[in-house]
Structures are given as structure tokens and as C-alpha cells.
Write a protein that binds this ligand. Structure first.
Ligand SMILES: [Fe+2]
Length: 265
């Protein structure tokens, strides 16, 4: 009796879905290897190398779980389950994608090749996240804690990689603009905008400091001349101005009454 014939419905489904994950990991192992060879940006290359190690580890752990469930990692022999879900199919897909990548590299500039490869990697990370999410939820629903925990742990690695790739894609697009677009067709750089606004802030701070210093000098001079007198002079000036203001109001009132009088006749 074949191993697969002894599998319960639950374990057979889990092994089938884990096999999809295994095939995807095998495909991405080949993709990452190709992209690492094409990349000359050190920080990006290092992160790809780290994820290649993670991918190999994921593949190994998934294969081990499939075996524990009673299945086989290289395409199940269960009836009704397509062998195309196996590692062979994953590697064949990676080989096709590798040829597409090489053709792209021949046709496009280096900077554009890098960013298109990063976009491809980001898309694949999201496919993996969806696969592991599906496995985790299924495993939770059927009470397989070990498979759920494995899927959750791998999904977290994929999410970290997707987050990195999202940010890297922006960096690569910026590098592409610097490499391909003439300076006079680009927006002012954020650094230049930042330094302009910092200069404007420091000019305004200098103006406020100088105005504060003038007010303080004036106040010192005024108190050295005798505070009370100067205060009464100021009060007198103020009341004079207030008198002027009320006389002006009165004048205005009398003008308007004259107008009313003339309009009444
Ligand atoms: Fe991944």
C-alpha cells in the first residue's frame, strides 16, 4: 500500500498545499541565485543572499513536514494531485523565468533590470505569503498546530523580505532616475529642498534674535533714564493719542450729522 493511500483527507490536503509551497521555494531558490549573480549593489546582494539561505531552510522544513504527514516532497503520488506541484515543476518555471530575466537584461539598462527583478521578487514574496497564510489557516482549522506554526514562522520571514523589497524598489527607481533622466528633467532633490528650508528657518531665527536684542537694549536705555518719568511720558503720549482719536471720532460724528442735516433739507 502506498504511503499516500494511508493519508487522511486532512493530511493529504495539507501535504498537497505544503508541496505547492515547496515548489515555490524551489523556484525562488533558482530566481534568487540568478538575481544575486546579476546584482552589483552590495547591500541588496547581501539581503538576497540572506533570503536565499532562508529559502533553502524553508524548503527543507516544508519537505520534512510533508514527510511527517506521510507524503513526499517531490510531488505527491496521491491520486488526483497533480505532479506539477513538485520541485521539478518549480525548477522548470525558474528556468523559464531565468531566460526571461536574461532577455530583459540584454534589452534594458542595468538599473531598469535591477528594479524589474526586484519587482518580480516582491510579487513572488506576496504569492508565498498567500500560500503560507492559506496553509496556516487550514492547519488551525483542522487542529494541526505543528503545520500552523511552521507556516506562520516562514510567512514572517517572507513578510520581512517583502517589506525590504518594497523599500528597495523605491531606492532602485530613484537610482534609475539618477542614471537615466537628465538633471534638468528631475524634481528638486529632497536634500536640496531640506537645505533650502533649513537656511530659511535659520534666517528667520536670526531676524527674531536681532529684534529681541533691539527691544531689550531699548528697554535698558529707557529704565536708565528713569522709569517712572518715562512711564508717565508714555502715559501722556498714550492719552494724547487717545484724545486725538476721540476728537477724530467726534469730528467724524459731526461730519456725519452735517451730512444727515443736509440730506434732511
Ligand atoms: Fe521568500
Amino acid at each position: 500500500m502506498a504511503d499516500s493511500e494511508r493519508l487522511t483527507e486532512r493530511d493529504m490536503r495539507l501535504a498537497q498545499w505544503l508541496n505547492e509551497a515547496h515548489a515555490k521555494e524551489a523556484e525562488l531558490e533558482a530566481d534568487l541565485t540568478a538575481h544575486i549573480a546579476m546584482t552589483d549593489k552590495t547591500s541588496y546582494k547581501k539581503r538576497l543572499q540572506q533570503h536565499l539561505r532562508e529559502t533553502r531552510d524553508h524548503k527543507r522544513r516544508v519537505a520534512s513536514r510533508i514527510k511527517q504527514l506521510g507524503g513526499e516532497a517531490q510531488g505527491l503520488t496521491v491520486s488526483g494531485i497533480p505532479r506539477a506541484a513538485g520541485e521539478v515543476a518549480g525548477k522548470a518555471m525558474a528556468a523559464v523565468k531565468g531566460q526571461v530575466g536574461a532577455a530583459r537584461a540584454a534589452l534594458t539598462e542595468q538599473a531598469e533590470t535591477h528594479l524589474r527583478n526586484a519587482q518580480e521578487e516582491l510579487r513572488e514574496e506576496h504569492v508565498e505569503i498567500a500560500i503560507y497564510n492559506r496553509i496556516e489557516t487550514f492547519a488551525d482549522e483542522v487542529g494541526d498546530r505543528e503545520t500552523a506554526q511552521l507556516a506562520r514562522s516562514i510567512r514572517r520571514d517572507e513578510e520581512r523580505m517583502a517589506k525590504f523589497l518594497d523599500a528597495e524598489l523605491s531606492r532602485l527607481v530613484k537610482a534609475f532616475v539618477r542614471a537615466e533622466i537628465p538633471r534638468d528633467q528631475r524634481a528638486a532633490s529632497r536634500t536640496r529642498r531640506r537645505s533650502r528650508s533649513a537656511a530659511s528657518r535659520s534666517r528667520s531665527a536670526a531676524r527674531s534674535a536681532s529684534s529681541r536684542s533691539r527691544r531689550s537694549q531699548a528697554s535698558t536705555r529707557s529704565s536708565s533714564r528713569g522709569g517712572p518719568r518715562s512711564r508717565s511720558a508714555s502715559t501722556a503720549r498714550s492719552s494724547g493719542s487717545s484724545r486725538r482719536s476721540s476728537s477724530s471720532t467726534a469730528g467724524s460724528r459731526s461730519t456725519s450729522s452735517r451730512r444727515r442735516g443736509s440730506s434732511g433739507t
